[in-house]
Design a protein around this ligand. Structure first.
Ligand code: THU
Length: 136
């Protein structure tokens, strides 16, 4: 599956505008490329009961999985404090990495962006080596 990195990052930037993050003031957008060619976006959605909130990456996966998608090739994410430009690369939290491992192989691409032009690419295998699974 050909990955249009710029398009994926653009979608993550748009999704970030819809983040609901009044408690952390940290706004994250994610764009997930399914093997169907469709892009599904997500943003972080916080809650007054803090642990109830959900990360942008899992929001994007939930949207895609709910639409029937099961195969994925890449996700782009961008996150930072509200206002101004994003200064630092943002990486998926441990819970999101484990969530991804349920549906994605180790060559799944994770693109962390500061802008359309500034990004880093990793594989899920690099960010989550030796993930948990129930195979014995
Ligand atoms: N967050 C994400 O959306 N993705 C991550 O991978 C890490 C953290 C969100 C959760 C919370 O709303 C805010 O960033 C600060 O932790």
């Amino acid at each position: 599956m050909e990955i249009d990195i710029n398009e994926l990052i653009k979608s993550a930037v748009v999704a970030r505008k819809n983040a609901y993050a009044p408690y952390s003031d940290f706004y994250v957008g994610a764009a997930l490329l399914a093997d169907s060619g469709k892009i599904y976006t997500g943003s972080n959605v916080e809650n007054a009961s803090y642990p109830v909130g959900i990360c942008a990456e899992r929001s994007a996966f939930a949207a895609a999985l709910s639409a029937g998608e099961r195969n994925f090739s890449a996700i782009a994410l961008i996150g930072g404090k509200n206002g101004g430009r994003v200064e630092k690369f943002c990486y998926p939290c441990g819970m999101c990495r484990q969530f991804m491992s349920e549906f994605c192989k180790s060559d799944f691409r994770i693109i962390s962006a500061k802008s359309e032009k500034e990004y880093e690419i990793y594989t899920l295998g690099e960010l989550l080596p030796k993930c948990f699974d129930l195979d014995v």
